[in-house]
Design a protein around this ligand. Structure first.
Ligand code: F6P
Length: 322
């Protein structure tokens, strides 16, 4: 293999830049040519491809977002779109592509693999919802961001004895809510992986205020509903006047924490090694501190699902919310 490409796709995540940097530097170190494919699969189909040099990835290890930009593409889900993308790769002589993104990006990578282009996927999403890896690139930074935001909100909650409902991202996964909820000592955490009772939430709020607590924090993963829905429930069933904060896209941006930089760097370099060995159709991750390599099909299957940790964290949070 002489020429490889790298793209970022789906929602951007902090740590994508260190991953791109690692792919580019490792490829050049190994004597390969490396091409940046801009705006994900959309850019691939349009031919937005440029050869990258070391200088192109200078000064990016600490930057959020992705220098390659990203997009979600419906067209690439079609045979026509995939063939258009493959034409562009063939024109440039690119034989292998490192795809950094979430589930949808992996599905695109799987299609390329099935049509003869070697692909390796790196899990890039704040949601931590990719099977076959304990952590995705960007998750740790997002948890940090949410934790910092909730700490700030708690200052105001304490000053005014407010109850706050904070809605966090995660799509169908409760990882951000569970991790940040535990890190901030939230009274209640609502995640899609585990049923939680709204009545019990109200009981916990009341018990807390009765024993002199000056604030209450409820964290809601977007996969179970909106912060406003939960606030309406509290308003209708108690005398509390909850405030709502939807953290939104602030969770996607910002300087990647060291964990995400290192994860992106380790997986990025490993992806190049695998392409050079002729591997394809593989999703990389980190399990028990070791790099994991799984077929895309395994990652898409129910066999690889593990929602154990988030439910455990939410359980601990409930036990400690006396
Ligand atoms: O997958 C990352 C994520 O930020 C999810 O948490 C959220 O549901 C979604 O992307 C928002 O997507 P979009 O960028 O398309 O608005």
């Amino acid at each position: 293999m002489k020429k490889i490409g790298v793209l970022t796709s789906g929602g951007d995540a902090p740590g994508m830049n260190p991953a791109v940097r690692a792919v580019v530097k490792k490829a050049i170190y190994e004597g390969l040519e490396v091409y940046g494919i801009y705006r994900g699969y959309e850019g691939l189909m349009e031919g937005a491809v440029k050869k990258l040099e070391l200088k192109d990835v200078g000064d990016i290890i600490h930057r959020g977002g992705t220098i390659l930009q990203s997009a979600r593409s419906d067209k690439f889900k079609t045979e026509e779109g995939q063939l258009q993308g493959i034409d562009v790769l063939i024109q440039h002589g690119i034989e292998g592509v490192v795809v950094i993104g979430g589930d949808g990006s992996y599905r695109g990578a799987q299609k390329l693999h099935q049509k003869g282009i070697a692909t390796i996927g790196l899990p890039g999403t704040i949601d931590n919802d990719i099977n076959g890896t304990d952590y995705t690139i960007g998750f740790s930074t997002a948890v940090n961001t949410v934790t910092e935001a909730v700490d700030r909100i708690r200052d105001t909650a304490t000053s005014h004895e407010y109850t706050f409902v904070i809605e966090v991202m995660g799509r169908d996964a409760g990882d951000i809510a569970a991790w940040a909820g535990l890190a901030t000592g939230a009274e209640s955490i609502f995640i899609p992986e585990r049923g939680s009772s709204k009545e019990e939430m109200l009981e916990r709020l009341t018990k807390g205020f009765q024993r002199g607590k000056k604030h209450s924090i409820v964290i809601v993963a977007e996969g179970v509903g909106t912060g406003n829905e939960f606030a309406d429930y509290i308003r209708e069933n108690s005398h509390y006047q909850p405030r709502v904060t939807v953290l939104g896209y602030v969770q996607r941006g910002g300087t990647p924490v060291p964990f995400d930089r290192i994860l992106g760097t380790r997986l990025g370099t490993h992806a190049v090694e695998l392409l050079m060995k002729g591997e394809s159709g593989k999703a990389l991750g980190m399990q028990k501190n070791e790099i994991s390599v799984h077929d895309f099909d395994y990652v898409f299957s129910d066999d690889s699902k593990d929602s154990n940790i988030v439910t455990k964290l939410a359980d601990i949070s409930t036990e400690l919310s006396l």
